[in-house]
Design a protein around this ligand. Structure first.
Ligand SMILES: Cc1cc2nc3c(=O)[nH]c(=O)nc-3n(C[C@H](O)[C@H](O)[C@H](O)COP(=O)(O)O)c2cc1C
Length: 169
């Protein structure tokens, strides 16, 4: 599906406003579906296509699912909604529990990819990974390293093509 670029520009503005409060990054591999809270990312236009970048630390269960499926969905809740679920999904690991069940989250089928979307009043992005970069401590500014990576749990940056982007109700 070709994205409408005017609508996409409006959606990424909204997404950037909501992101610091938390968004769901949902992954699926085989029968396993997991979601985790993210607070960092960027949205734009790269390689001639609308793109989203997310940063996922090595220790996250989501990283295993991302690396296998090479796709994900994002849900940005409107109106500060889903606070409790975002908090839970930002602390518990899908290795130890089923966060979708525990938080009673509704899933809907994505339009363009096989990973489902966490459904709530908000915005959905469907993303296919184009590239990934593992941060290297040797290349990272020492101040950043000291502040964010004292325990060595570096992020991998995933660059993804936004296949679909729309509002949920
Ligand atoms: C508000 C908030 C934002 C977060 N942002 C990120 C992020 O951008 N990247 C990341 O790797 N972890 C982030 N986390 C932490 C993960 O959500 C958390 O470690 C989660 O339990 C990982 O789940 P998983 O092991 O099921 O993948 C954030 C947590 C919160 C509460």
């Amino acid at each position: 599906m070709e994205l409408n670029m005017t609508a996409y520009s409006e959606y990424i503005k909204k997404a950037a406003e909501i992101l610091p409060k938390g968004a769901f990054l949902t992954t699926k591999n085989g029968g396993k579906i997991n979601t985790m809270t993210i607070g960092w990312g960027t949205f734009g236009f790269q390689w001639g296509t609308p793109t989203a970048e997310v940063m996922v630390r090595e220790s996250r269960f989501s990283k295993e699912l991302l690396d296998s499926s090479m796709e994900f969905t994002l849900t940005f809740p409107y109106d500060n909604g889903m606070k409790d679920a975002l908090s839970y999904c930002g602390q518990k690991s899908g290795r130890d529990c089923d966060k979708i069940l525990d938080c009673d989250l509704s899933l809907i089928d994505a339009k363009e990819i096989s990973t489902p979307v966490v459904s709530c009043k908000g915005l959905a992005f469907e993303c296919k990974i184009i590239a990934k970069t593992e941060m290297q401590s040797g290349l990272t500014d020492l101040g950043v390293l000291d502040k964010w990576y004292k325990n060595g749990d570096l992020h991998t940056i995933y660059y993804a093509k936004v296949e679909a982007c729309y509002e949920l109700d």
